[in-house]
Design a protein around this ligand. Structure first.
Ligand code: SF4
Length: 63
């Protein structure tokens, strides 16, 4: 299985919750970015998405 991670930069307020929750995220210029946008294992990515107060992170199964 592959999961695709997208972050809506318009929505992101740079709160850092995803960064604190999951090591696949980092802040760049006040916005979150995913280090890996496609992962084979969900790992902590769903928790990161759940931690986002503005629902900017989408985790979608692509196959
Ligand atoms: S938790 Fe959401 S709003 Fe906060 S930095 Fe991450 S993507 Fe942005």
């Amino acid at each position: 299985m592959t999961f695709k991670i997208t972050i809506d930069k318009e929505k992101c307020i740079g709160c850092g919750a995803c960064v604190a929750t999951c090591d696949n995220y980092e802040l760049k210029d006040g916005k979150a970015i995913a280090k890996k946008t496609e992962v084979k294992e969900l790992g902590c990515n769903q928790e990161a998405a759940d931690s986002c107060p503005v629902d900017a992170i989408t985790v979608k199964e692509v196959e």
